[in-house]
Design a protein around this ligand. Sequence first.
Ligand SMILES: [Cu+2]
Length: 70
Amino acid sequence: MSTVTTTFLVSGMTCGHCVAAVKEEVAKLPSVTEVEIDLASGAVTVLSGEALDTVAIDAAIDEAGYAVVR
Ligand SMILES: [Cu+2]
């Protein structure tokens, strides 16, 4: 199985709780195997078995209470 790496920026995260909330929602997306988040920059790196749907990513981040920077 190949691994797809998706990176994007999330605004509004200020502490470890924010990171955990975003991580939890992103981890629910189909085929996601790993989620790395850098709190300082807001950079989110997601490893998944299939390409992730941009709309689904936006919805997941929105669900967590934050916004993707586009
Ligand atoms: Cu927080």
